[in-house]
Design a protein around this ligand. Sequence first.
Ligand SMILES: Cc1cc2nc3c(=O)[nH]c(=O)nc-3n(C[C@H](O)[C@H](O)[C@H](O)COP(=O)(O)OP(=O)(O)OC[C@H]3O[C@@H](n4cnc5c(N)ncnc54)[C@H](O)[C@@H]3O)c2cc1C
Length: 444
Amino acid sequence: MEDRLHDVLVVGGGPAGSSCAYWLAEAGWDVALVERKVFPRVKTCGDGLTPRSVRQLADMGIEGSLTGAHRYSGLRAHAYGKVLDLPWPEHPSFPSYGYVITRHDLDAIVNERAVKAGATVWQGTEAVEPLVEPGSPDAGVPGPSGATAPRLPSCVGAIVKEKATGTTREVRARYVVVADGANSRFGRALGTSRDRAMPMGMALRGYYSSPGHDQTFIESHLDIRDGEGSVVPGYGWIFPMGDGRVNVGVGLLSTDRRWKGVNTSTLMEHFVAWAPKEWELSAETCLGAPTGGKLPMGLAVGPRLGDTTLVVGDAAGSINPFNGEGIAYGYETGRLAAASLGEALRGDGIEGLARYAERLDDAYGLYYRVARAFVRIISRPELMKLCVGTGMYSESLMSWILRIMANLLRPDEIGPAEAAYRAIAAIAALVPEHESQGYRLLTA
Ligand SMILES: Cc1cc2nc3c(=O)[nH]c(=O)nc-3n(C[C@H](O)[C@H](O)[C@H](O)COP(=O)(O)OP(=O)(O)OC[C@H]3O[C@@H](n4cnc5c(N)ncnc54)[C@H](O)[C@@H]3O)c2cc1C
């Protein structure tokens, strides 16, 4: 562990941090990454990669490394007694398939790719405290660049602790990227917080052995019933892993009025009992106690920008509220941050860095606004039943909805999904959301 001044320090080696480190190293910058765990490590997840994730992996040159992954071709949607098979659409930029792969395997592959590109990675090393430039303003004070939104203080590195030896030391860098995931202790120490009026997800998942392990469609259940047949709040999924197992999970949104009363373990029990019998889910086929986590979504966490600091992935709340997908958005926000850091390092300084906010806004601003509106609607059980119940009668309608929800709209043609989305987006752009904390749309 030598202690030169690095161009960039990345805190966290999940999808967001490793992608950011890869793109920076690939561009020739001196990037150091600290990851508190040692790869390969287990991470609670549904393990589902959509075509958006596959595109990012292909761009990093590692789709060929997914040898143990199960390739699948679409989504089987179950709701209100109806079942629809919805293949991933043809798209000019994204493949029409996805993979299911454990994060144990996936995250090690991507982190290794960053190392091969030239990133310095210290595993088993936790960033325990940010180093903040003396005299730097507290979070929330507008920065000198004329931006009016709250900004982060100037972080110039971290005190890191090597877990095996307990030794601590300083790592210094010109810029710091916060990629420490949903709990984001490092980000919160710098002053980030979640806008509690915006939606948040909670999910639980476990593995089961199943004869359906090699199915070529992943499955989602938009209604779950209890033993009496009454609908309970939440949704469920079954993702075939191709290795004898399926990943089974349940999720819930904070905007659901019944959120506080729900125990996710009980929800999981209901779902396992309710799931189609051919999966053979039961206490006997369960391979271990389920584990859960939070899904910060819709860019609900900020500030995401300071004079020397950017926040990416779950630490920025970048999960897609439409479908709870966060891996692709980790890769993408890491990549957008790397592009902005490159411009800052080439001489544009804070102006270059600030382009991260513009890039986020271009990529997700309006889409996430529409998604947040959608979440508010489906959180009302009667509206959820009306929308989904109606949609399930039409395969073509549900195919368009899948395209919108997976963010796979075509830029090159206006099909029904694109037209419907544009109409909804035009309305969403006009409707004010609740009182903003200032960082939501514009600047991170
Ligand atoms: C139950 C569940 C199911 C999900 N299913 C899916 C799914 O099927 N598909 C999908 O796309 N998304 C899914 N998600 C969301 C997805 O897991 C996240 O969006 C994604 O992991 C975000 O990547 P990240 O790099 O931002 O954070 P993380 O993957 O959490 O990575 C952060 C990394 O930072 C490290 N770290 C934390 N603090 C420090 C520190 N101080 N110093 C050093 N290192 C640190 C951690 O060890 C970790 O490796 C699911 C989430 C949950 C909870």
